[in-house]
Design a protein. Structure first.
Lengths: 267, 437, 188
C-alpha cells in the first residue's frame, strides 16, 4: 500500500515536471512536497533548540552538568570567545589616532587646499571610523557587562540552589526517619482498608517531643483513627530531630502533618 | 544518548520540583504502610465483690480470647505494677511503661439468686482515655458467655470488626479401641474449645457437619445405619431428620446462605455429583454432571453459585458452578491437590486444603478470587477441614498432633496459630457457627 | 465375617458331618496341612482334606481359572485388594483373586450369595474427598465382578474413606495397608 502510494506520488511529480500533470494533482502534490520540506528542515532546526529551552527553567547548576552529557549544547562556549575578543579592540583603537596627525603639517597653498580637503575628508572618515569603533566598543563593553552580570547571577543562583538542596535533603532525611518510625509501630485494625485516610497536625518541641496532636480529617473509621494516633504516640519523642539545624526545625518541624494512607492493604 | 540525556534531565527536574514543593507547603509526612503487629493489651484480673472465690477468671478468658484472634498480645499479669478495677485507679503512665496500648479492667459483683453482675472498661493507654465501658450479667453457668461478650465488645472497639468470641464450633471426636470398635461423638463447644458437650454419639463414623445460617441446626453425615446418610439435627431439642439416604454417597452437606437449601454430594446415578435439595419442597436438583468425582460443595455468599472439588482435570482442583446455567469455571491451578473449599464471608477469598507439587503435606491455604493469588497458611503435615470464622478474620482446621487429630485456630493472615484444648480422642471435622443471637 | 472365612466355616462343617457319617476313624483333620495331595482318597485320615473346602472345588469345577487347589484356596481367601495412592486401578495380582471370587460366585455353590464391597483410603487428602475415592475403589471391584458375570444387584458398595484404617499409623506402610477394598458377604 505504502509503496504504491509512493510510486503514484513520484509519477505525479514527474508529470508535473513534464508539464502534463493533471490539474487535480499539481497543486496538492507541490503543496505537500513544500510542506514536508519545511517540516523536515523545521524539525532539524527546532529539535536542538527545543532541548536548549528545556534547560532554561532549571537552575544553572543543572544545566552546567547537562553540558557534559550533551556535547552539542553551546551556551557555555559562546560567552568565552566574546570575553577573549574584548581586550583586543583597545590597542587597535589607539594606533590609528596617533599615527594620523604628522601628515597634514607638510603643505603648499593649492595643494594645501586639496590636501586640507583631503585631510578633512580623511579626518571625517577617520572620525566616522573612530565613532563606529567607539560604538562597537561600547556595545562590546555592554555585552561584556551583561555577560558578567549573568555569570554572577548564575553563580548566586547556583549557591542558592545548593543551599536549598542541602536544606531539602536534610528535611527529607528527618521526615524519612519519622515516617519509618511511625510505620514500624502502626498496627492497623482489622477493619482498615485501602482508601481510608486520616490527617493529623503535630506540634513538636526541638527535643522531638510531640506536645499536641489534632485530627484535621478523620478516616471515617474510629478504630483506624485511634490506631494512627497510637502509632504517633508510640513513636514519639522523635529524638533524632535534635540533630537538625534549628532554622530548619523551626521552619518545617515545629508544626507538621501526618497523613495515614495505607497503600499496601486491600480495598 | 540524546534520549538518555533528556530523561536524566527530566528526572532531575522532577526531583527539584519535588524538593521545592516540599519547601513551600507545610511539611506532610505520609504513612503508607504499617507493621500490624499484635496489639499489646493488659487485662487486669477483675475485682470480686462476693463470698468465696470468683467462679470464673473473667479476665483470663478475655485475655485468651484476644490472644486467639491473633491480633492482640495480652501482657502477662506478673508484670503489672498495679491492679486497678475502676477508672479512678488507672495510671496511664504505668501501663504505657509496660508497653500496653490498651487496658481492660472490671469488677464482678455477686447478686441474689445465683446472679453475677460484671462491669468492665476499656482504656486507650496512649490516648489516655476511656474507650468503652459496659455491664453484663448472668448466672454462674453463663459466666464464660459473659466473658466472651466482653471480649467481643473490646475487640469490636479496637479493630472495628465484630468479634466472634461468642460463637460456637462443632467437631467430631473419634476414640478408637480396635479396628472394629471406635466411638464417635459430634461435639458442640465455645469457639475457644471450652464447655464442650456431645450432641450425637455413634459407633459408626460421623463427619462433615454444617451449620444452618441461623445457628440453630446442623446437617451432617452419619454412618449409623452402616451406610452414609445426611441428617439434620435441631440443637436445642436434639430432634433429627434423615434428609438423604440414596444408594451410594450421601456426603458433604452444606447449608445455603438463605437457609432454604442444602448442597450435597450424591453418587446415586453412578458418579459423585453435586446436588441441591430444597428443604421446603424436597425437590432435588442435580447441579453437576460429570464422570469425574465432583465433591465438597460450598456456597458463595450470594447463593448463586457453588465452589466444589473435582478431579475432572486429572487432579483434585476447585471449580465454581453457576446454578442458573450450570456454567463451570476452574479456580485453582497451583499444585496437585486443592480441595474442600470454604468461602470467606465477603466472597472474595477461599480457604481450602492444598498440596503442592513434590510436596507431601496437606495444608490450609487461602486464595484471593480476584487475583488468583494463593498463600499457604500453616505447615503441619495433615491438615483438613478449614472453616472460616463469621467475621472472616480467623480459620479453624484439623491437624495431626502427637499422632492424634487436634484443632488449630489461625489468623486469616496466617501469622498466628493456636491449638485448641480438646477432650481425649482424635479430633476432626470442625465447623464454625455463624454469629449467634 | 469375611467371605473366605465363612466359606471355610461351611466347608469345615460339611466335613465334620461327613466324618461323623463315615465314622471310619478317630483321627481329626489335619486342617489342610497336606491338602490336595491325596485328592481322591477316602480311606485314611489324610484323605479328608480335599473336601474341606467345597468352595475351592466349585471354583475348580467351574473351569474358569487355572491353578492348583492350594493356589485357588489361597486366592479365595484373599478378600482384600489394594490400590496405589489416589488410584482406583486394580493390580494384576488382585485381578487373579477377583477371578477366583467371580468363579465361585458364578458357580452353583455361590450363586445365591450377595456381597458388599467396602472401599477404604489412606488418610492423605480430605475426609470427604476420600469418601468419594473409597467409593471409586469399591466400584472398581464391583465393575470387575460384573464383567465376570456377577450381576450388579448382588453387589453393594459402601465407602468409609479413611474412617476405618487397618493400621492407624501415619506412615507409608500403614497407608499401603489402608488403601483397599474388602469383599464382605452379606449375612443372612
Amino acid at each position: 500500500m505504502k509503496e504504491k502510494f509512493f510510486w503514484r506520488m513520484l509519477g505525479g511529480v514527474r508529470k508535473i515536471l513534464r508539464g502534463q500533470g493533471s490539474n487535480a494533482w499539481t497543486i496538492p502534490v507541490l503543496f505537500s512536497v513544500v510542506l514536508h520540506t519545511i517540516l523536515v528542515i523545521g524539525l532539524f532546526m527546532i529539535m536542538p533548540s527545543s532541548e536548549e529551552r528545556t534547560i532554561n527553567p532549571t537552575p544553572s547548576f543543572v544545566s552546567a552538568r547537562m553540558v557534559t552529557l550533551e556535547p552539542e549544547a553551546k551556551p557555555k562556549a559562546k560567552p568565552k570567545p566574546a570575553r577573549k575578543v574584548a581586550p583586543k579592540p583597545k590597542p587597535v583603537k589607539a594606533a590609528p589616532v596617533k599615527k594620523a596627525p604628522p601628515k597634514p603639517k607638510v603643505d603648499k597653498k593649492s595643494i594645501a587646499l586639496k590636501r586640507r580637503q583631503e585631510t578633512e575628508r580623511k579626518q571625517q572618515e577617520r572620525e566616522k571610523l573612530r565613532k563606529e569603533q567607539e560604538r562597537l566598543d561600547e556595545l562590546q563593553k555592554q555585552r561584556e557587562q551583561e555577560m558578567l552580570a549573568a555569570l554572577a547571577r548564575e553563580q548566586q543562583a547556583r549557591m542558592q540552589a545548593e543551599q536549598l538542596k542541602g536544606d531539602q535533603v536534610a528535611v527529607a532525611t528527618y521526615a524519612g526517619v519519622i515516617k519509618n518510625l511511625v510505620e514500624s509501630l502502626w498496627s492497623r485494625p482489622a477493619s482498615a482498608k485501602r482508601g481510608m485516610k486520616a490527617t493529623f497536625r503535630i506540634k513538636m518541641l526541638p527535643t522531638g517531643e510531640v506536645i499536641s496532636i489534632s485530627m484535621i480529617s478523620s478516616s471515617g473509621n474510629g478504630a483506624f483513627d485511634r490506631s494512627a494516633l497510637q502509632a504517633i504516640e508510640k513513636a514519639q519523642p522523635f529524638r533524632e530531630i535534635q540533630h537538625l539545624e534549628s532554622r530548619l526545625f523551626d521552619r518545617d518541624f515545629r508544626e507538621f502533618r501526618f497523613v495515614f494512607d495505607p497503600r499496601d492493604l486491600l480495598k | 544518548m540524546r534520549m538518555l540525556a533528556r530523561s536524566v534531565r527530566f528526572a532531575l527536574f522532577g526531583y527539584l520540583l519535588l524538593l521545592v514543593s516540599l519547601a513551600r507547603a507545610e511539611l506532610t509526612i505520609e504513612i503508607t504502610q504499617g507493621n500490624d503487629q499484635a496489639v499489646p493489651v493488659a487485662v487486669v484480673p477483675f475485682s470480686w465483690n462476693g463470698k468465696g472465690v470468683l467462679p470464673e477468671d473473667i479476665a483470663g478468658i478475655v485475655g485468651n480470647d484476644l490472644r486467639l484472634s491473633g491480633q492482640f498480645a495480652p501482657l502477662p499479669n506478673n508484670q503489672f505494677l498495679g491492679f486497678p478495677s475502676k477508672d479512678d485507679e488507672v495510671y496511664f503512665g504505668d501501663w504505657k511503661r509496660l508497653g500496653a496500648s490498651y487496658l481492660v479492667v472490671g469488677q464482678v459483683t455477686e447478686q441474689p439468686n445465683n446472679r453475677y453482675k460484671v462491669n468492665y472498661e476499656l482504656f486507650d493507654v496512649l490516648g489516655k482515655k476511656s474507650v468503652v465501658r459496659g455491664e453484663v450479667s448472668g448466672n454462674r453457668n453463663q459466666l464464660r458467655s459473659v466473658a466472651h461478650n466482653i471480649s467481643d465488645a473490646v475487640y469490636q472497639k479496637i479493630t472495628g470488626v465484630q468479634g466472634v468470641f461468642s460463637t460456637r464450633i462443632v467437631y467430631v471426636v473419634a476414640k478408637r479401641y480396635s479396628i472394629d470398635r471406635t466411638d464417635y461423638k459430634l461435639v458442640y463447644a465455645d469457639m475457644d474449645g471450652y464447655r464442650a458437650v456431645p450432641v450425637l454419639q455413634s459407633k459408626e463414623p460421623i463427619l462433615a457437619p454444617s451449620w444452618s445460617p441461623d445457628g440453630r441446626k446442623l446437617a451432617y453425615v452419619s454412618f449409623e445405619t452402616g451406610r452414609p446418610a445426611i441428617y439434620i439435627q435441631e440443637l436445642a431439642t436434639g430432634r433429627r431428620e434423615r434428609i438423604s439416604s440414596f444408594r451410594g454417597l450421601n456426603s458433604a452437606p452444606k447449608w445455603s446462605p438463605d437457609g432454604k437449601k442444602i448442597a450435597m454430594v450424591l453418587s446415586k446415578s453412578g458418579n459423585p455429583d453435586i446436588y441441591v435439595l430444597d428443604l421446603a419442597t424436597r425437590t432435588l436438583t442435580q447441579v453437576t454432571r460429570h464422570f469425574a468425582m465432583d465433591n465438597e460443595p460450598a456456597w458463595m455468599p450470594n447463593g448463586k453459585s457453588l465452589v466444589f472439588t473435582s478431579n475432572r482435570g486429572g487432579s483434585a482442583q476447585l471449580y465454581e458452578v453457576t446454578l442458573a446455567n450450570g456454567g463451570v469455571k476452574r479456580l485453582t491451578f497451583e499444585g496437585r491437590f486443592n480441595a474442600r473449599a470454604r468461602v470467606f464471608p465477603d466472597g472474595k477469598s477461599l480457604a481450602f486444603i492444598h498440596k503442592g507439587k513434590g510436596d507431601e503435606s496437606y495444608n490450609v491455604a487461602v486464595q484471593e478470587l480476584g487475583t488468583g493469588r494463593m498463600r499457604i497458611l500453616s505447615s503441619s503435615p495433615f491438615e483438613d477441614a478449614p472453616d472460616v470464622s463469621p467475621n472472616g478474620r480467623m480459620l479453624i482446621y484439623s491437624a495431626q498432633g502427637g499422632g492424634q487429630g487436634v484443632l488449630g485456630i489461625i489468623s486469616a493472615d496466617g501469622r498466628i496459630s493456636f491449638r485448641l484444648p480438646s477432650s481425649e480422642g482424635d479430633v476432626r471435622e470442625p465447623a464454625w457457627s455463624p454469629f449467634l443471637q | 465375617m469375611k467371605f473366605a472365612h465363612i466359606a471355610k466355616g461351611v466347608a469345615t462343617g460339611l466335613a465334620v458331618l461327613w466324618l461323623a457319617g463315615c465314622a471310619s476313624n478317630t483321627q481329626t483333620s489335619g486342617s489342610g496341612a497336606e491338602s490336595g495331595e491325596v485328592a481322591g482318597g477316602h480311606q485314611t485320615a489324610a484323605v479328608t482334606t480335599p473336601l474341606v473346602d467345597p468352595a475351592v472345588q466349585a471354583v475348580i469345577d467351574s473351569g474358569k481359572v487355572n491353578g492348583s487347589a492350594e493356589q485357588i484356596a489361597n486366592l479365595l481367601k484373599q478378600d482384600t485388594v489394594h490400590f496405589g495412592f489416589d488410584s482406583d486401578k486394580l493390580s494384576s495380582n488382585d485381578i487373579k483373586a477377583l477371578d477366583v471370587q467371580a468363579a465361585y460366585l458364578t458357580s452353583p455353590a455361590g450363586l445365591n450369595s450377595k456381597l458388599v464391597v467396602e472401599g477404604h483410603t489412606d488418610e492423605r487428602g480430605t475426609r470427604t474427598y476420600n469418601l468419594a475415592l473409597g467409593e471409586r475403589r469399591a466400584k472398581a471391584v464391583k465393575s470387575y465382578l460384573a464383567l465376570k458375570g456377577i450381576s450388579a444387584s448382588r453387589v453393594e458398595v459402601v465407602s468409609y474413606g479413611f474412617e476405618k484404617p487397618v493400621d492407624p499409623a501415619h506412615n507409608d506402610t500403614a497407608w499401603a495397608k489402608n488403601r483397599r477394598a474388602v469383599i464382605v458377604p452379606v449375612e443372612g
